[in-house]
Design a protein around this ligand. Sequence first.
Ligand code: GTR
Length: 327
Amino acid sequence: MPTRRTALLMLAAGAVAATRARAAGSLRALHAADVHVAGYPTVEAVRWIGERLSAATGGELGIHVYHSGQLGREQDTVEMARFGAIDLTRVNFAPLTNAFPLTGVAALPYVFHSVGHMRRAMDGEPGRRILADFARRDLVGLAIYDSGVRCVYNVRRAIHAPQDLKGLKIRVPPSDIFIDIGRALGANPTPLSFGEVYSSLQTHLIDGAENNIRSFHSSRQFEVARYWSETRHSYSPEALLMSRRSFDRLGAAEQSLLLRLATESVPVMRAAWDEAERTSRAAVLAAGVQVNDVQLQEFARATRPVVEAWLAAPPMRRMYEDIQALA
Ligand code: GTR
């Protein structure tokens, strides 16, 4: 059963869907959620799919993307998709790790050695297994997108080693793995949704957070948090998920078209991502954010128990080993 909060959100989504169904310029529009702003590579990738879908179906089927968190928190949009209140949602693996533990393996600290390694693994058998696992809960895994590498940033000081985080309240996504990473590093991890981070930094509810540089930039958190430390602790990728109910309502030809376009959107998204990372880094540096390297070995050592705890279950260990084999 959906929670009361989710039920309310579903009602809101239904109302939005009814009034905006024609806005996408297609006869039928799939409704997609994303917490990121227009122009963010994930938002644009889903729009790219929608444009091709519309062109290929002669305007029969399109996608309308509700960006900037218009449909609420990521974890709520996943529930809404499960119950068919929205059709698509693009979320990070982080809020999925508890319900879909295989996603957790790809979010674990220092599991990937490089962007290339992450891409090989997510394009390969490990990624396919993660996507297939969404079927367990009424979802269809359509694609896995890049999310760069997550680093710690805060309002107080440059972080060089884990002990520098002692006593700092660091926002983490709602995920046991990220809470455990925060604890292992000696910080006070505070789970909050993405949309709450900027004001929480401003009002000193938290001292810092962790994310990729693109999100740090596009959410404007860099205006408040002036220290960015290159902890590079997680590549936690992004998932594009579809409601099983919505998928089953499509015709067979539409289903295979959508699956093909979702796969084809991955390299399109990556090209936009690489460019976005460069421009975001340049922009935060130009805005005076202090960027520093850290003692990576120390961060890897401190977070190793988080990795070992997650890998205690044999399917997780297997996934981890399959990922390492692609290093
Ligand atoms: C970003 C990710 C978002 C969201 C956010 C967060 O990197 O793209 O989907 O999960 O992190 O930390 O909440």
